[in-house]
Design a protein around this ligand. Sequence first.
Ligand SMILES: [Zn+2]
Length: 390
Amino acid sequence: MKNIVKKKAMYKSIVLLFVLFCLIGQYNKVSAVKNAIVEKNLILIKDESYELTADLDYEDEMEYYWESKNPEIAEVDADTGVVKAIAKGKTTVELYVDEEIVGTCTVRVEIPSLNVKKKTVEITDTFQLTVGKTEQEVSYHSAKSSIAKVSADGVVTAVSAGSTKITATLFNKTTNTKTKYTCTVKVKNTKLIALTFDDGPSIYTPIVLDALEKNQAKATFFVVGSRITDKTKGHIKRAEELGCEIGNHTYSHINMSSSSLEKIQSEIKKTDKKVKSIIGSPTYIMRPPYGSLTEKTQKNIDKAMVFWNVDTLDWKYRNTDYVINYVLANAKDGDIVLMHDLYKSTANAVDTIIRGLQEKGFKVVTVSELAQAKGKELVSGKKYYSFKKS
Ligand SMILES: [Zn+2]
């Protein structure tokens, strides 16, 4: 009886030892697998090739070869270890020495493509370009950025009428190769107009902003610094968030023709300071109150002077229908329209004006967008009345 128990215990020990031995063997094999191929992960674009490197301390008589688990996704040359990407997917390339796997590398094959290959847009429209699903670096370039520009992260903005190609370059850090994709952008020759509002911000400015937001239009506000208060500063912030432009209209609506240069500059500076505290940047354009400006002052002010070529005389008529009819009857491509967000009658006209302009095929943009679209640069100390393409 005792002997049988002893024998059983001995068998148990032998089985345990065997299992342990197998586990250790397995462990050694796993660690060898982990270390033999230098590249553990490889991302390739379809048709790309890459030569894997093995860090093997093998003897000359050892037979070794490379093999792909799924050659339909990535092939590998048995002798050289050159991997070729065939189709989208993921597979493993293995390295064998004397029939034993001594290394593996995960190979992912991507087929990136641009989300947009051809697009027709209107001036100031934006859209996002992306190169499919990829973990690689992408850079963007526009052949003609005066027609459509592209940001570092692929946001395209239509600037002026015409056609351009935007290239997305994908850089594969492992293989050191570049793959290029192009998107053709056609910007329609849309009629453009800039609505400008002087003398605000006022309690009526939100009516103007509502109309702009509702109709996806933009405007330019030439603000008077003294009117920017705790009650009205939110209107400037909202205007900026809607993509509108903020211009300078002095601090206390002074007549620049009868003021000293010193006084004028201090007025502009004071307004800029307030604007900057709200939207983070000062103004780059200005409109002299009453359109009054001497040549000497003009040259000494560090802002583009934006006048107008369509005068609604809204301050004189104070009549909503009159303003609507006047703008719609006189609007032409490239115009700058003068209005005032200081009057309720004007603010109430804006929604109908924008809808009417859009029905006539106009896009309602800011002064800077209008200038850019017409190929004009806004230069400090220069006067602008309208922007017609030359
Ligand atoms: Zn004014």
